[in-house]
Design a protein around this ligand. Structure first.
Ligand SMILES: *[C@@H]1O[C@H](CO)[C@@H](O)[C@H](O)[C@H]1NC(C)=O
Ligand SMILES: *[C@@H]1O[C@H](CO)[C@@H](O)[C@H](O)[C@H]1NC(C)=O
Ligand SMILES: *[C@@H]1O[C@H](CO)[C@@H](O)[C@H](O)[C@H]1NC(C)=O
Ligand SMILES: *[C@@H]1O[C@H](CO)[C@@H](O)[C@H](O)[C@H]1NC(C)=O
Ligand SMILES: *[C@@H]1O[C@H](CO)[C@@H](O)[C@H](O)[C@H]1NC(C)=O
Ligand SMILES: *[C@@H]1O[C@H](CO)[C@@H](O)[C@H](O)[C@H]1NC(C)=O
Ligand SMILES: *[C@@H]1O[C@H](CO)[C@@H](O)[C@H](O)[C@H]1NC(C)=O
Ligand SMILES: *[C@@H]1O[C@H](CO)[C@@H](O)[C@H](O)[C@H]1NC(C)=O
Length: 379
């Protein structure tokens, strides 16, 4: 029997059952209750001057980006939201579009802030929501004082070009539900100049945390990251992609992570080892991405235990053999990527093992492997 590259068989296979539809992004739905009904439209003088001092440290692109920041009623300024009864500033949403601009065709115009983040923000003691993401704080460190904004429930500093150490003071934000410190590697610089942390024990004090994204933060020296995040009782979403993590324990031991729904630990440096067993204990998981980690050995049978899984990415490892037959139990599967592993055996068998109970949900399927045999037989 001749071995045929999967690439050439892909089209007929897809015609059988799989409609390649659009990838819908799961958006976090954490309610921060920052109501924006300005029934009591009165900005206090103290909060107004705190905002103006913050503005004074910023640069804006274009220069009139925050031109609405004038007049007495700061509750009407762009990105500023006040509590409906108290009239106090509860939300500051100054998300820029740096990330979108970098990926948009045709080009859209850049709207970002940068510069210095003034500690005058401490003059907003009721602030629950702070979004400074997708801006250009080039070569600025994340300020330590942010850890003193005690009421914060939502903090997004992602994709804003911060560098340096993540301040452990963030561990003081005990009300935090959502924290994104995700960054990217900036290819323009010779030395990688992102953010890093050599000690993440401060995370264990964020006991209300539901969503944590530290992708691309250099965590190469962190060993006990798993026991640590396992102590966060409400954690639902965890992204630690491209963190240069090197150690991955075999079991969860005394920790649980029972509420975890999303786990992304793609593209780390787990040094070519077999797939750790603890993934398969996370039976409430809906999204699992362990791609690009050099995991080797057979496809674990336990995959089939993860019956609630919706998106599963095992791609770009060194897993060998056939996917387990109990994958037939995964009836919620919408996306399965097992490309760039060494699946062998017949394509007919492969399709028999994919869960037919999820055919109507399956949107994306990637199985590239050059050791599959036999042409794809439409039913
Ligand atoms: C704002 O709140 C007031 C009083 O609670 C209510 O009557 C009004 O309909 C609300 N407006 C909006 C736009 O929600
Ligand atoms: C409006 O806000 C002020 C303080 O800014 C407060 O004293 C007053 O009680 C508020 N009014 C209502 C109706 O909530
Ligand atoms: C704001 O108004 C909404 C609906 O009118 C209410 O449910 C909520 O409790 C109010 N929030 C504050 C902080 O007063
Ligand atoms: C905040 O955290 C730092 C470092 O983790 C700590 O030294 C400091 O005492 C904390 N401050 C408050 C107000 O809790
Ligand atoms: C991460 O930090 C370590 C220690 O500072 C450094 O040796 C390593 O090159 C960094 N890794 C990346 C990918 O930047
Ligand atoms: C998980 O799957 C393995 C292999 O199929 C099976 O032996 C084990 O009993 C399953 N565990 C649970 C908790 O279902
Ligand atoms: C295909 O299988 C052969 C024999 O087991 C192996 O040597 C080769 O590396 C495999 N090729 C790929 C792309 O996995
Ligand atoms: C698939 O690969 C595994 C591991 O290299 C090997 O033991 C097995 O015989 C192969 N199966 C087929 C059908 O080629």
């Amino acid at each position: 029997m001749s071995k045929t590259p999967m690439d050439t068989l892909q089209l007929p296979c897809i015609q059988i059952a799989i409609a390649l539809l659009l990838f819908t992004q799961a958006k976090s739905t954490i309610d921060i209750s920052a109501h924006t009904n300005h029934t009591n439209d009165s900005c206090t003088a103290g909060e107004r001057s705190a905002l103006l001092a913050f503005l004074a440290g910023l640069y804006q692109q274009p220069a009139n980006l925050l031109s609405s920041w004038k007049g007495d009623n700061c509750c009407r300024w762009k990105g500023v939201y006040c509590g409906n009864k108290t009239g106090r500033v509860v939300k500051l949403d100054l998300r820029g579009n740096d990330w979108e601009v970098a990926h948009s065709i045709p080009a859209m115009s850049l709207q970002v802030i940068g510069g210095n983040i003034s500690p005058s923000l401490l003059g907003l003691p009721h602030l629950r929501y702070l979004d400074l993401s997708s801006n250009r704080f080039d070569k600025v460190h994340i300020p330590e004082f942010i850890g003193s904004l005690q009421k914060l429930r939502y903090l997004d500093l992602s994709l804003s070009h911060f560098i340096g150490r993540i301040p452990p003071q963030l561990g003081n934000l005990s009300n935090l539900r959502y924290l994104s410190l995700k960054t990217v590697a900036y290819p323009s610089s010779l030395v990688r100049q992102g953010t890093y942390s050599w000690d993440i024990t401060w995370l264990s004090r964020l006991t209300s945390l539901e969503h944590l994204d530290m992708s691309y933060v250099n965590l190469s020296t962190i060993v006990h990251w798993l026991p640590l995040v396992s102590t966060l009782p409400s954690l639902k979403v965890l992204h630690l992609s491209s963190c240069a993590l090197q150690s991955s324990p075999d079991s969860l031991e005394h920790s649980n992570l029972t509420s975890l729904e999303t786990l992304d630990i793609s593209d780390n440096n787990f040094h070519s080892r077999s797939t750790p067993n603890w993934f398969w204990d996370l039976t409430s998981l809906k999204y699992l991405d362990i791609s690009t980690n050099g995991f080797h050995g057979p496809f674990p049978d336990e995959i089939g235990n993860m019956t609630s899984i919706v998106k599963l990415d095992l791609s770009d490892n060194n897993l060998v053999g056939m996917i387990p037959s109990n994958m037939a139990n995964i009836c919620n599967l919408e996306r399965f990527d097992s490309g760039y592993n060494n699946i062998n055996g017949s394509i007919t068998e492969l399709f028999e093992r994919l869960p037919s109970c999820s055919w109507h949900k399956l949107r994306e399927l990637f199985l590239f492997s050059s050791n599959l045999t036999e042409a794809c037989q439409p039913h």
